[in-house]
Design a protein around this ligand. Structure first.
Ligand code: AMP
Length: 437
């Protein structure tokens, strides 16, 4: 399938060629023809699948073909998205795909002065990309007219729910005409989202794409078996290797993201964290610093990272393994984009071994264990906590072996040496790894 087969107009085909897009992604192939026909769409897809172009291309084409009504441009399409980062990225995508049309775009979001946004609206726009909070403010102030909206996109609906925006969203929907086309995107379909779908979509075409698993093959993957308490040291050790050009480090919690940022900064590794508790401007600044190379490491939670679009990312590091295997696929799909290679490194502590198992089942491959691990998991952590006698016995043996090793090598601290030089640790690590695989 080619873009030419989707009945797209020349200015869009030209822009897509310039973007370097050769073939439509599955969601584009499935959604664009229906969207051009004016059908409602229910898309089950996440960032990374090409969903932005799947809704942006038909919107640009329809507005370009129909032309603007009246002397002043009116908002004909409204795109609601949960975060400022996404709003900016979506507007950028519209500008790229529509560069050979003369449509006008505007994105509005909170955390910045509203006057440049209202000024743009006053001059007239065709496509408005907005986050719910700021849009509601502007609706209340009568700064925006949505009475001509005929194409409405609700992007990342489940995330709107997560972030507590669902009532704002419903309020906005009540302000746009009932007679319209709705394109609805959500990665998951919790109950509240299904209810919303049923109330705002009319006979939708359902389009679902499996996440990025195909890209997984292009990515080199490694796992380090490491004790929880040593993850910090292992991360610093790895990032001291300058071969890692840029790394997105995933943590499970916001608190952990902050801690990792602090640890790295204390070790003179330029890093910033983004998560839901950070202000929009702090998040945007961290993202810009990362994109421009000011910082080499961005630490993020899954929710905060979901909308981030970074084309050239050399490494993804899973500081914690996710408990949902698909999340692993999404995380590592951040690297290896645009035909470039990528590496994914996962830290697996004892409690995460079940997560690793399910991830390997999903991706249908065993993730190789990293060979050079200066902080291998110690054998005691592999034994069940309840097996106290055995743990004590092994711990004693470990101590004895290590002290023998220390004496024989005349080294004081053998706990922090490289695995290659420490045969006793090597065997523990090997044992730990084997237990996991
Ligand atoms: P999205 O899921 O919309 O966030 O898109 C993810 C990434 O895929 C973006 O960097 C897009 O530029 C890129 N992309 C979208 N569609 C295509 C395509 N048909 N071919 C190649 N790259 C694409």
């Amino acid at each position: 399938m080619k873009f030419e087969n989707l009945n797209l107009i020349e200015p869009i085909l030209k822009a897509l060629a310039q973007e370097g897009y050769k073939t439509p992604s599955p969601i584009q192939e499935q959604a664009i023809p229906h969207a051009l026909e004016g059908k409602d769409i229910l898309g089950c897809a996440q960032t990374g699948t090409g969903k932005t172009a799947a809704f942006a291309i038909p919107i640009i084409q329809k507005i370009h073909v129909q032309g603007s009504k009246g002397s002043k441009r009116q908002v004909q399409s409204l795109i609601l998205t949960p975060t400022r980062e996404l709003a900016v990225q979506i507007e950028e995508s519209f500008r790229s795909y529509g560069r050979y049309t003369n449509l006008k775009y505007c994105s509005i979001f909170g955390g910045v002065s509203q006057s440049p946004q209202t000024e743009k609206l006053r001059r007239g726009v065709d496509v408005l990309v907005a986050t719910p909070g700021r849009l509601n403010d502007l609706i209340n102030q009568r700064q925006v007219n949505l009475s001509n909206v005929s194409m409405f996109v609700l992007d990342e609906a489940d995330r709107m729910l997560d972030m507590g925006f669902i009532n704002d969203v419903k309020k906005i929907i009540s302000c746009i005409p009932k007679k319209r086309q709705t394109l609805f995107f959500s990665a998951t379909m919790p109950k509240e989202i299904t209810e919303l779908v049923n109330s705002i979509l009319v006979d939708p075409v359902k389009v679902a794409v499996t996440p990025v698993s195909s890209t997984v093959d292009k990515i080199e993957q490694y796992v380090y078996f490491v004790d929880k308490g040593n993850k910090k040291k292992l991360l610093v050790h790895l990032l001291n290797n300058k071969d890692i050009d840029s790394a997105l480090v995933f943590t499970r919690t916001k608190h952990e993201a902050d801690k990792v940022e602090k640890d790295l900064t204390a070790n003179k590794i330029a890093a910033q964290a983004i998560h839901g508790d950070k202000s929009q401007s702090a998040r945007q600044m961290a993202l810009n610093n990362f994109k421009t190379g000011k910082i080499r490491v961005l630490v993020a939670t899954d929710i905060a990272a979901r909308g981030i679009d970074i084309d050239e990312l050399s490494h993804v590091i899973n500081y914690n393994l996710p408990n949902i295997s698909e999340t692993y696929v999404h995380r590592i799909g951040r690297t290896g984009r645009a035909g470039l290679g990528g590496t994914s490194i996962s830290f697996c502590e004892y409690e995460e071994k079940e997560y690793l198992k399910s991830i390997q089942k999903l991706i249908k491959k065993i993730i190789p264990t990293a060979e050079e691990n200066p902080y291998p998991m110690l054998i005691t952590s592999v034994l069940p906590k309840t097996d106290k006698p055995q743990r004590a016995k092994v711990a004693k043996k470990t101590e004895a072996e290590l002290s023998w090793k220390n004496k024989s090598s005349k080294k004081k601290d053998s706990y922090s040496v490289n695995k290659k030089k420490d045969s006793s640790k090597k065997s523990y690590s090997k044992y730990a790894s084997e237990k996991y695989q």
